[in-house]
Design a protein around this ligand. Structure first.
Ligand SMILES: C[S@@+](CC[C@H](N)C(=O)[O-])C[C@H]1O[C@@H](n2cnc3c(N)ncnc32)[C@H](O)[C@@H]1O
Length: 583
């Protein structure tokens, strides 16, 4: 039998499944051969599988940035022996210390996937991973990179600057143990920590991280080199103190009942570690399971736990300790699986709210009088991966409101959240306000909200659950000036009283009704109005916060009111006006 047919046979049997299993089978087979030539065939196939793996992973992963590639190239081609001989580095550093672009991409991916804002790298080397991770940070994110060698910061500096991300990366030079103590004293904590410095320090660094809560709640610890060239599990007679240290550390992690670990055969081994959510059973030291070994029991004075995930007997969970229904606080804000509609969502506040609800997980029906605008916003949401559809509706029409709800339910399969935001604002002195202006303002702002609520409630009351959020205004509390807008102010006061009335009527049937009262919001309405634009200076003097509201200032409120986190709140007018109504 040739090697080729044997390899096919291996796949056909469905036995060896992964590249490593196939490698193992091929090499085992090679060992069983009598002649060198027969062995070579199997060994060659094994070689092809092993040698091509990283290259193939590189090719099928999204590419690294140009600047990371340049920094990796400079790092691996650098004369590290020369740098050490010239006294630039304290230790003889090696090109292979650089984790490379593939691992950088994994780290960049993890930062993005976890939404990390603060990242710590322990063992920066030339900063290739720091830079890759910084690429996934938001503008106000920060990465702290520790290294013992001042030369590393010098080396990486120009590349950090060229990337435009230098402001997000803070190198801290010194022994990592000291730097960790300094970060703890500064009150730092991190969403993601990449542990990749001297291997004999891993255990102590881990203890410092856990003892000082440097890893935030729900944070992710990524440990590099958990395989140490395979020597952690197959020493092969080679004395390797680093591999011994990592082997012991792997055991230490496993024995620590406070964390969950998964080890991946990615490059030199990457272990992902996260703190377990506490259970009521593990909250008290006496209830913690016994340590699996003496070393683990001594960890930081914390009780070490067995690796058994299931507590023996589950006492009633304490929702403060374990989360309401097992949800962490931020999980309670998630809207995944919910469907929302937002009226007046073709622009301004409504558009920002449609995005906010979509980002929080909801499918969104984007409703507007202007179908083209609704379609444009629905398109934006779809491009972000949010299920969305556009609906044209005039909320002043009862028929349209009913059709809007029917379209949302038909298109999204359900309706849990309704944001009644469509509104108009006309300015005129009260003595001159035309009757038509008054009627139109009330038709949209007051009757339109009522008709929307009525149509939405017919669905929500039947299902016994719903979240209605109406757009009122700071004008419901004070009389904004100097602009004259009596009809608008009165219509928004009506929205608040309507919200309170509906909240009381529907509270015992699972439907919550709240409203949001924004202050003066910096939208196109103001920017493009020759009448309103000159008033901005006056308004700024009336606002303690010293600026107009941006639509993004309002986004979290609607997510809160739409989520189960606010289930006990109803009939509330949530005022967001930079303090203007207090002054
Ligand atoms: C494997 S390299 C880090 C590679 C880097 N994380 C990457 O992804 O390319 C290890 C780094 O740890 C640093 N290091 C070694 N001992 C250290 C210590 N005690 N404190 C801080 N850094 C240390 C070394 O100078 C070296 O740059």
């Amino acid at each position: 039998m040739t090697g080729g047919t044997q390899a096919e046979g291996i796949h056909a049997t469905g036995q060896p499944d992964t590249p490593i299993e196939v490698l193992t089978a091929l090499l085992t087979k090679a060992l069983q051969q009598q002649t060198l030539e027969q062995q070579r065939t199997y060994v060659q196939q094994a070689l092809d599988i092993a040698a091509g793996l990283d290259d193939y992973l590189d090719k099928i992963s999204s590419p690294p940035s140009q600047v990371v590639c340049e920094l990796v190239a400079a790092s691996v081609s650098h004369d590290w022996a020369g740098a050490h001989a010239a006294g630039k580095t304290q230790f003889l550093q090696k090109a292979e210390c650089c984790s490379g672009t593939l691992e950088g991409r994994l780290l960049r991916f993890l930062v993005a996937a976890t939404g990390a804002k603060r990242v710590l790298e322990i063992g920066m080397f030339t900063g290739t991973s720091s830079l890759a991770m910084a690429e996934a940070l938001p503008e106000d994110g920060q990465l702290v990179a520790l290294d013992i060698e001042p030369y590393m910061a010098e080396f990486a500096g120009p590349y950090f600057a060229a990337s435009g991300l230098g402001g997000r990366i803070r190198p801290v030079i010194g022994p990592a143990q000291d730097s960790l103590a300094q970060l703890a004293a500064e009150g730092e904590s991190f969403d993601l920590i990449f542990l990749d410095a001297n291997k004999d320090g891993y255990a102590a660094y881990y203890d410092a991280i856990m003892q000082h809560s440097l890893l935030a709640h729900n944070g992710l610890l990524v440990v590099d080199n958990s395989l140490m060239k395979g020597r952690t599990y197959a020493p092969g007679g080679v004395a390797d103190a680093s591999a011994d240290a990592v082997r012991a550390f792997n055991q230490q992690l496993l024995a620590d009942g406070h964390v969950e670990v998964v080890a991946l055969p990615f490059r030199d081994g990457v272990s992902l570690v996260r703190r377990r959510s506490p259970t009521s059973a593990s909250a008290t030291p006496s209830a913690a399971p016994a340590a699996t070994n003496g070393q683990a029991a001594a960890l930081n004075g914390r009780p070490a736990a067995s690796t058994d995930l299931a507590p023996a007997a589950a006492p009633a969970a304490d929702p403060v300790l374990c989360g309401f229904r097992g949800n962490s606080l931020l999980q309670r804000f998630k809207l995944t699986g919910k469907a929302a509609l937002v009226t007046g969502a073709g622009q301004g506040i409504g558009r920002a709210w449609a995005h906010a609800l979509g980002e929080a997980g909801a499918a969104v029906a984007v409703v507007d009088l202007d179908l083209a605008k609704a379609q444009a916003v629905a398109g934006e949401l779809l491009s972000k991966g949010v299920r969305a559809l556009a609906v044209q509706a005039d909320v002043a029409s009862k028929k349209d409101c009913q059709r809007m709800v029917a379209a949302a339910v038909a298109g999204l399969g359900r309706l849990d959240i309704a944001v009644n935001n469509a509104g108009i604002n006309r300015n005129s002195a009260a003595e001159d306000t035309p009757e038509g202006e008054w009627d139109m303002t009330f038709a949209v702002n007051a009757k339109g909200v009522f008709l929307s609520c009525q149509a939405e409630a017919s669905h929500m009351l039947a299902q016994g659950y719903g979240k209605v959020i109406n757009t009122a205004s700071m004008a419901s509390l004070l009389v904004p000036h100097p602009q004259k807008q009596a009809a608008y102010n009165a219509s928004k006061a009506a929205v608040v009283k309507l919200t309170q009335s509906l909240a009381c009527e529907w509270a015992d049937r699972g439907v919550r009704v709240n409203c949001v009262s924004p202050g003066i919001v910096n939208t196109a309405l103001i920017q493009e109005s020759p009448d309103l634009q000159p008033l901005v200076t006056t308004w700024l003097q009336q606002i303690p916060a010293g600026r107009l509201a941006e639509v993004t200032d309002l986004q979290a409120a609607v997510v809160y009111l739409a989520s189960e986190a606010s289930d006990y709140m109803t009939g509330h007018n949530l005022v967001i006006e930079g303090g203007q109504s207090l002054w």
